[in-house]
Design a protein around this ligand. Structure first.
Ligand code: SDX
Length: 435
């Protein structure tokens, strides 16, 4: 990276001032390279939550939180969601360019022919209770995949990294569908090579061996768009976890399992499940008429209640994915004759109130990707407990692309943050009778 600008840090404690290079990206905020700070001053920076910290340089995804803009390899999410399918988007995130027709065909063929999992994987499921949360099952099974591919775990071998990427993208729908089938006590459905990526997911989740499953093309397209909207999102919590896990040299399956575990949290990918639970609770407690009572609880800091699906660390404007998700929601509900879906009407009323209420406006809290995704997934027949599994499925390509970018960086080092220690200084152990 080249530097034309510099930052000078001066100290009031007699520490000599230090100069740091400032780097400019192709777009977005500059960064101050403070890697020499500790060596030159004996001081660390302090930034819990990484509010002002760039942990890496990347070419994959750019977010302009003020404009509400999201670009995958420079392409606006609106254009990708309208003109491409999920596998095209996967190719773009992994390779940096959209595929031509031959590349698209080859990539689709490779992914399609890796959708089956090792037959012994089915035994892992037997160990779970039927009421296990599907995310617990998914974390376990994805981590276990590394036990089946000893032949391609050399992360320094580009071909091994590529085949692991294909295997993970291909097998996530199969594992997600198996996690669902296990909870409902139905037999696992094998993938079909004559179906699209999203069509396969729908059939493996909702089909049974008893009859042919016909994929509804409107719903198939809607699900494919949901996957595109969730595919990557810069250095969010789960992606940062995957990068940190990968920086130790862990295999890609273990790193993706770590990403899935992080995504599970309600502040992150678990928000769509939490959002639908919130809408259900408002509906149970009086619906639209009682929204004011709920909003009052949200504003009361002591309640600990948040408006799930609202707010974002980066977006201080409308999350562009939320707009596209709302359109998709409208299409799906229309296709299914559910325009009067009470939860959809409730969510639009909640959005309207929040966007006019100064508590939310002053904090720049807008709907995020999770606000409508729960409603549209529920309309598609996906149970609430599966929402974050679908999110993990979609984000797998983003995690792999970011992991691959990190591993391929010759300057890559193991991530090892430091701390401000505020605990007990050195002291001696006393015999137990003297404590
Ligand atoms: C995802 O990082 C990514 O890119 C994530 C993601 C991705 O694609 O990977 O976009 C996916 O995780 C989307 C976010 C889903 N989470 C939710 O919808 C959960 C509800 N949202 C909040 O938990 C919160 O907004 C976060 C976690 C998303 C962001 O938290 P920040 O950036 O740490 O902001 P904050 O908590 O400091 O909030 C600032 C203020 C605070 O009030 P004050 O202390 O200033 O008085 O806004 C308030 C917060 O209390 N606030 C909310 C709120 N979100 C923030 N108040 C009510 N409801 C909310 N949802």
């Amino acid at each position: 990276m080249t530097s034309t600008k510099k930052a000078t840090m001066t100290f009031t404690d007699g520490t000599p001032s230090v100069e740091f290079p400032i780097y400019e990206g192709t777009v977005g905020p500059d960064v101050i390279d403070i890697r020499k700070l500790y060596g030159q001053t004996g001081k660390f920076t302090f930034d819990p939550g990484f509010m002002s910290t760039a942990a890496c340089d990347s070419k994959i995804t750019y977010i302009d939180g003020d404009k509400g803009e999201l670009l995958y390899r420079g392409y606006p999410i609106e254009q990708l969601a309208t003109n491409c399918d999920y596998l095209e988007t996967c190719y773009l995130l992994l390779n940096g360019e959209l595929p031509n027709r031959a590349q698209q065909k080859d990539f689709e063929y490779r992914v399609t022919h890796h959708t089956m999992v090792h037959e012994q994987m089915t035994r892992f499921f037997q160990g779970f209770r039927r009421d296990a949360h599907p995310m617990a099952v998914l974390v376990g099974c994805v981590g276990a995949l590394s036990a089946f591919y000893h032949d391609s775990l050399d992360i320094n071998n580009a071909e091994h990294r590529h085949i692991s990427a294909i295997r993970l993208i291909a097998k996530m729908p199969t594992l997600v569908a198996m996690a669902y089938k296990y909870t409902v006590g139905q037999p696992f459905m094998y993938p079909r090579n004559d179906l699209s990526y999203s069509g396969n997911l729908m059939r493996m989740m909702f089909g049974t061996p008893c009859e042919e499953y016909k994929v509804n093309e409107v719903l198939e397209r809607a699900l494919d768009r949901i996957l595109i909207l969730h595919a990557d999102h810069e250095q969010n919590a789960s992606t940062s976890t995957v990068r940190l896990a990968g920086s130790s040299g862990a295999n890609p399956f273990a790193c993706i399992a770590a990403g899935i575990a992080t995504l599970w949290g309600p502040a992150h990918g678990g928000a769509n499940e939490a959002c639908l639970q919130m809408l259900d609770e408002i509906q149970r407690n009086g619906g639209v008429e009682k929204i004011g009572d709920f909003i009052a609880k949200v504003k009361d800091k002591n309640s600990g209640v948040k408006l799930m699906g609202f707010g974002h660390r980066v977006y201080k404007n409308y999350d562009p994915r939320a707009k596209l998700m709302r359109e998709t929601c409208y299409e799906v509900l229309g296709e299914l004759g559910l325009h009067d879906d009470p939860l959809f009407k409730l969510s639009m009323k909640l959005e309207q109130i929040a966007l006019e209420d100064d508590y939310f406006v002053s904090r720049k809290l807008y709907p995020n990707v999770d606000f409508y995704s729960g409603i549209v997934q529920k309309a598609l027949g996906i149970p609430t407990s599966m929402f974050t599994c679908i999110f993990a499925l979609a984000r797998t390509v983003g995690w792999i692309a970011q992991w691959n970018e990190m591993i391929s960086d010759p300057e890559q080092k193991i991530g090892r943050p430091r701390q401000l220690f505020v605990g007990a200084t050195r002291r001696d152990v006393k015999a137990i009778d003297l404590r």
